[in-house]
Design a protein around this ligand. Structure first.
Ligand code: PAJ
Length: 267
């Protein structure tokens, strides 16, 4: 297909598809001649204490959905095909992986970059589509593409949310009814930050403590981090500067379910 001059769009996923994933598929279908989706629950990006075994899977449902979306190819590599017996090569992006998710999940990004590079090599896409939902993952992948001079263009797609603001995630199925309600605190806290910043607040410590207050009344919530970082470098900042872009990011456990969310803002 490439030889015939067709552009290949690629959407890597771990399956259990929702509207967030499908928005990436639709972006790819719009931009590219051929769309490839992969489903692979990647063991190397989970630490031993994380939910690799319990990660939700429903291949039959996923393939039907992708078929009805008009996806051209579904790539389903096996664990053995990707990580053969003598596998020993990993990709490590340095600085941008250190903070935030990298601090709480130290081996996570090494697994992500390794699998994404392998999938890029197998699929050889012209464009690859990723969600802003995983803002740091996107920054890490963009860094890898730049540093290793990969011949693929990364396309960023906006976060798709439920009606009450909760960012869609395959892990939302873990939430009980009460936890599902509690989980709206992530988006509410991001909106609080946005409102404070648009009314002129520039002091990061004040913004973070106002956000933090919202979580104190929710007993199921345990914050891993709430941070504001400079959008390009992912460096943590104390004071916001006019005309610069930032991410406000949260990672919080609601009961046993770890959720992440973010918004982009300019001060
Ligand atoms: P997964 O969590 O399945 O997500 C696949 C893609 O869907 C990612 O680019 C993610 O950012 C995007 N996505 C998830 N929820 C979204 C939402 N609510 N709105 C918009 N996009 C959303 O991310 C991974 O898998 C893996 O780390 C992977 C890149 C496939 C490597 O294993």
């Amino acid at each position: 297909m490439k030889k015939a001059g067709k552009t290949i769009g690629f959407v890597p996923t771990m399956g259990y598809l929702h509207e967030g994933h499908l928005s990436l598929v639709r972006h790819s279908k719009k931009k590219c001649d051929v769309t490839v989706v992969s489903i692979f629950v990647n063991p190397t990006q989970f630490s031993p204490s994380e939910d690799f075994n319990g990660y939700p899977r429903d291949l039959e449902r996923d393939s039907k959905i992708l078929e009805s979306e008009g996806v051209d190819f579904l790539y389903l590599p096996s664990k053995e095909e990707i990580y053969h017996q003598n596998f020993q090569t990993y990709v490590n992006v340095e600085f941008v992986t250190k903070s935030l998710e990298g601090e709480f999940r130290p081996t996570h990004f090494r697994g992500v970059t390794t699998i994404v590079l392998i999938l890029f090599n197998c699929v050889q896409p012209d464009f690859a589509f990723f969600g802003q939902k995983d803002a740091q993952q996107l920054a890490v992948i963009k860094q890898m593409v730049k540093d290793l001079k990969l011949r693929v263009e990364i396309v960023t797609c906006p976060i798709v949310r439920e009606r009450d603001g909760l960012a869609m995630s395959s892990r939302n199925v873990y939430l009980s009814t009460t936890e599902r309600k509690d989980a709206t605190v992530l988006y509410k806290s991001l909106q609080t930050a946005k409102n404070l910043i648009s009314s002129g607040e520039r002091k990061v410590s004040f913004i973070l403590s106002e956000m933090d207050d919202l979580y104190s009344s929710i007993s199921s919530a345990q914050i891993d981090y709430i941070k504001i970082v400079e959008a390009c470098t992912f460096e943590i900042v104390d004071e916001l500067m006019v005309d610069k872009e930032y991410f406000v990011l949260v990672a919080c456990r609601i009961g046993k379910t770890r959720l992440i969310d973010n918004i982009i803002i300019s001060a």
